[in-house]
Design a protein around this ligand. Sequence first.
Ligand SMILES: Nc1ncnc2c1ncn2[C@@H]1O[C@H](COP(=O)(O)OP(=O)(O)O)[C@@H](O)[C@H]1O
Ligand SMILES: [Mg+2]
Length: 362
Amino acid sequence: MKSTHTDLGPVRLSCRNVWKVYGPHPDRFFTPVSTGTDDPAAKAAGIRAKGHIVANADVSFDVHEGEIFVIMGLSGSGKSTIVRCLSRLVEPTAGAILLDGEDLLKKSTAELIEIRRHKMGMVFQSFGLMPHLNVIDNIAFPLKLQGLGEDERRARAARVIELVGLTGRERNFPNELSGGQQQRVGIARSLAVEPDVWFLDEPFSALDPLIRKQMQDEFLRIQAKLRKSIVFITHDFQEALRIADRMAIMRDGAVVQIGRPIDLILNPADDYIRAFTQDVPWESILRAIDIMEPAAGSMEGLRRVAEDAPVASLLPDLGSAAGVIVEGLDGAVLGMATARGLAASLAPGCAVANPSGSASGK
Ligand SMILES: Nc1ncnc2c1ncn2[C@@H]1O[C@H](COP(=O)(O)OP(=O)(O)O)[C@@H](O)[C@H]1O
Ligand SMILES: [Mg+2]
């Protein structure tokens, strides 16, 4: 799991009470002025009872500047539908999508095309490359749509090719590349337009486990450089844990819980979330700061550990009642990590050791 020390930045993208209903007359369930409902689950059940499919039911979340917001859920839970609603590739039945405070649902088709071309990057599981174009032309293609000249297109394409590690493969065609390499092209192509918001719908799900892990690492390396505002879809909870700053878990079209991975692990909202979290190797996920308690008593002779030290590395020291001293990045004493604190953190329904998230990061 990632561990950084930044607070949430300003909101880039906001999804507010979004519904997507398929069927003979979806609009009849929503009046033009209906902005919300007290009981979305009951409303969704009512719509389903009338022979409609509720792909998204009252979905709300914010994506902050520079964060990786993961949407996780089983197949059919509505992930692809919601990420397509964000760019209006799918037209929401109700709700609002705000990009930098402007409602995308009020934009004309022409405005929308411009926004997609200049502000949004998209990566899909199926890569979606053009088979008759080589790597560099595939990557430069969206830049042509942006109206950039040949030289600028080549220069930008070369930059992102280097970024994703495809230097030397510029002239290859998609069928000459492995799955992992093809998805690197997909990633490079989406980044070439220098998008403000970046949508990735199960980008690594078609890849072998080892390659998937490699691509996750690459993705995190790229994000550390570019600090995009990202919506990343996955059905794989372990993948979500590895890359999420915050995550939403979906079921039956609705969001069940939103939080930092650590919040979900320590305080699952219900049995559905708990089912995902129970096999998580907590000793490598939890960090010293997550089990920390206020310092009390003598600290003499105790080991000092960094706040982001994995709990696994502390276990030998947690045998003694005193535990270890947890220090911040600046060396200041933040508190104590003890066996009692660890047990308290793992007890179901307990509070997270540092609920504000301000010091422990995300
Ligand atoms: N064009 C469509 N027409 C009817 N039902 C759809 C359509 N697209 C998606 N759905 C349904 O909406 C639900 C959510 O689908 P989807 O968003 O693709 O889920 P996920 O990406 O989580 O697997 C599913 O029940 C799916 O069958
Ligand atoms: Mg999907």
